[in-house]
Design a binder for this molecule. Structure first.
Ligand code: PBG
Length: 333
């Protein structure tokens, strides 16, 4: 903490430097840029170009061609990277989520299509089984219907290798199993994917704000119970540091806090404790809140978007995964 210089009215009038736009710009401590944006995209394996998501007005599930089109838009707007989240045909889901490990599945196909057509845009992809399991959990269940940590890890390793083989730049395990970063890192090294980055969802909380996402990827109706045995309890903050420390030690290149706005204290603590690139996910429920209120005329969405994204930067994050990336990039252009 820097020493605060003692100041006294009227020698000091903080309002002096707020009196005009030019001086507010000149004295602004945190500046949001397009380089801070990772665009969250929902992709689907059907033929329809775009399927609206009821709970995410303005976000459509995109088919493969539209996803490539979005990558072109990202490149043209200067958005550095995309984060992909798949909606999979329910007929391909099963208890073990085996489709996640299919080297010819939709996810590796869409990754490859984007990297072939728009190589200059970074592609990050979620690693977790929930889009592929019939029960909607991020892992596989044991005989007692508990999420089996170690059995899940081998599936996540397989899923990561499939994505790496397809050319993904960043694998982003969002499952919260213990020890998965080490296992994925080791497998990537062994298979000569030495440049594949890992962004660990290190401090991911069991949150009510994931609701719209689960509709978007089609896991909402399936989900049995909740995810509290693997995602973190919202009362905890020291635990977020332990989780993050483990992921860094296990080989994560970047770490993430999720959700975003209700967890700014965690973003601040993680980013000031560790000197590794730190990201935050402005998740579906946060998107929906802003959109729902603005549809009712209760707030101005454009201003709320720039304000919330700037708040993440102010809290210390190096970037934000957000469904608003395209809109924010246009506002920042
Ligand atoms: C699960 C996953 C979730 C999100 C991304 N990956 C939510 C969950 O745990 O159910 C949330 C994204 C969002 O809400 O926008 N692997």
């Amino acid at each position: 903490m820097t020493d605060i210089v003692p100041t006294r009215y009227p020698l000091t009038r903080p309002r002096r430097t707020r009196q005009a736009d030019w001086v507010r710009r000149l004295t602004r401590e945190t500046v949001l840029s397009k380089d801070d944006l990772i665009w969250a995209l929902i992709v689907h394996d059907g033929s329809k170009p775009r399927i609206p998501v009821n709970a995410l007005p303005g976000v459509d599930r995109l088919n493969l061609d539209q996803a490539v089109e979005a990558a072109r838009t990202a490149r043209d707007l200067g958005i550095p990277a995309l984060a992909l989240f798949p909606h999979i045909d329910p007929a391909l889901k099963n208890e073990k989520g085996t489709e996640a490990g299919n080297p010819n599945g939709f996810v590796p196909r869409v990754i490859k299509a984007i990297k072939d057509e728009v190589p200059e845009v970074g592609v990050m992809c979620d690693v977790a089984l929930d889009p592929f399991t019939s029960h909607g959990h991020d892992g596989v269940l044991n005989a007692r219907d508990e999420i089996d940590n170690d059995a899940t890890i081998s599936r996540l390793v397989e899923q990561s290798l499939v994505q790496a083989e397809a050319g993904v730049d960043v694998v982003a395990p969002s499952d919260m199993m213990d020890g998965r970063i080490a296992a994925i890192r080791e497998a990537l090294e062994d298979d000569d994917f030495k440049n594949t980055m890992i962004m660990a969802y290190s401090a991911k909380y069991a949150s009510a704000f994931y609701g719209p996402y689960r509709e978007a990827i089609g896991s909402a109706t399936a989900l049995k119970g909740d995810k509290k045995t693997y995602q973190m309890d919202f009362g905890n903050t020291d635990e977020a540091l332990r989780e993050t420390a483990m992921d860094i030690a296990e080989g994560a290149d970047m770490v993430m806090v999720k959700p975003g706005l209700p967890y700014l204290d965690i973003v601040q603590r993680v980013s000031s404790t560790f000197d590794v690139p730190t990201y935050v996910f402005q998740i579906s429920g946060e998107y929906a809140q802003i959109m729902a209120a603005s549809e009712r005329g209760w707030l101005d969405a454009d201003r709320a978007i720039i304000e919330t994204l700037s708040a993440f930067k102010r809290a210390g994050s190096d970037g934000v995964i957000t469904y608003f990336a395209e809109r924010a990039a246009r506002l920042l252009s």
